[in-house]
Ligand binder design. Sequence first.
Ligand code: GDP
Length: 313
Amino acid sequence: MNKDSKIYVAGYRGMVGSAIYRKLQREGHANVVVSSSAELDLRNTIAVNEFFKEHEPEYVFLAAAKVGGILANNIYPADFLYDNLMIQSNVIEASYRYNVEKLLFLGSSCIYPKFAPQPLQEESLLSGYLEPTNEAYAIAKIAGIKLCQAYHKQYGKRFISVMPTNLYGIGDNYHSENAHVLPALLRRFHEARENHLEEVTVWGSGTPLREFMFADDLAEACYFLMQRYEKPEIINVGTGEEVSILELAHLIADVVGYNGRIGFDRTKPDGTPRKLLDSSRLHTLGFHHQTSLKEGINLAYQDFMSKIAVYAK
Ligand code: GDP
């Protein structure tokens, strides 16, 4: 990838795509093309093909996806399955047709079976049943991985797949119901502090263990892997550090400055009990994340505060 290579970031308005876009700009790539979903609906095969024909990208970061937290996945499985299948199929097929040099597809840690041994190794893919609360999303992402591998096998295409752990960061979704746990709790603790509430409710039991990575660190990893990783086998991207949801809640309360009680709503699902990636392949290649969880939560809180007017509506 040269500084003047034509690079397409699909999904650049999203948290991951925008972090990749920022990284490319910092590195001085001057020939980056993007499209918002208003300009180009990636579910539309004809429109995607026209876009590729016109721009002829050489490198593609496929960061476009319909994403959401545990509740959104449960309520909108058709959207999570259909939208993601269409988006990735269109972009991958067009990348083949229009001779893209290399494509990087972003998967997810939820592709691994619910009871796979932890930390989750790349080999555990398709070795057992999925976690039901995000099965639709996981099935779509698994199809995307298999599509990249099939184009590699059948056509020799350099299409690689990267599996990030739970992400958070600049431009996250802070919706109280549909967001992932970290942004959802940032908002809830902030509002509790503003309204002098005595207690904040955290969903589930607080015992599930999760690993969190700042989206800009993932962008660094994607940039690194686009240049250094060639195998069709998937590769995990995580920090190797895990916290319980209760510990996370305390960290967030600390950053936000909330001093009240933390309660639990056990009618809400816990999801999978533990989700820690084995990122040793990535670490062996020489990549390590930079942002600590505390630092990242501080940055995410600043991001939330800068958008608070939108969320207060
Ligand atoms: P998951 O990693 O795919 O399960 O996705 P989430 O980020 O949505 O949830 C992670 C964990 O945080 C689950 O155990 C949730 O029950 C728990 N959790 C606690 N409070 C919240 C909340 O307000 N929103 C979400 N999404 N999850 C929460």
